[in-house]
Design a protein. Structure first.
Length: 190
């Protein structure tokens, strides 16, 4: 089991992808389930504490294993930006691997950096995706709507949802994505 904590400029503390989804929908979940039933659906409710943000963006991964608890703190500014050449993107994009398969078999966490006005094409994922906006101004869109997003915003994309995301016109954009390494991405736009 792994717990991911992401701190952004607004000092927002986030949790595991399933907990992030629960947090995003907490108002409706709280109304739909009684506390007893909610406890059965979410038995491992982690405790949160207030954390003072010391720098722009830091990711802290706590890994639970049979050998005990390990922790790795990653400073995104210190990670190499690897250029990505993929037909999924409309222009230059770099990625920074925060958590890869060498650290976790359950999570794949990367920061994606879009150049000015660059976006990805319509696509879908076989599992849910969580995006955490870290820099710039971007757009997330489905076939039905477009939303402007800024640092501190968290986006939940349902499995199979046809969507795209990228930099707004004239702006650069970066987001962290949290997914499973077992997911499949299907490009739906030429």
């Amino acid at each position: 089991m792994a717990i991911v904590l992401v701190l952004t400029e607004s000092a927002t503390l986030l949790r595991t992808p399933s907990r992030i989804r629960h947090d995003i929908m907490s108002k409706t979940v709280s109304r739909q389930y009684s506390p007893r039933r909610r406890q059965r659906h979410f038995p491992r409710r982690p405790r949160l504490s207030k954390i003072k943000l010391l720098n722009k963006t830091t990711v802290c991964l706590i890994i639970h294993s049979n050998e005990g608890i390990g922790m790795k703190v990653v400073k995104i500014a210190e990670l190499a930006k690897e250029p990505q050449k993929s037909p999924l993107f409309t222009g230059p994009v770099t990625m920074q691997t925060i958590v890869g398969t060498e650290l976790s078999k359950h999570f794949m966490i990367r920061q994606v950096n879009f150049a000015r006005g660059v976006r990805n094409k319509f696509h879908s994922h076989s599992i849910e995706q969580v995006l955490i906006v870290t820099e710039g101004r971007g757009i997330v869109a489905t076939e039905k709507e477009e939303k402007v997003v800024v640092p501190g915003d968290v986006v939940f994309v349902a499995a199979g949802e046809k969507h795209w995301h990228g930099a707004a016109e004239g702006a650069t954009f970066s987001h962290i994505y949290i997914m499973s390494p077992d997911q499949n991405t299907t490009q739906l736009e030429p």
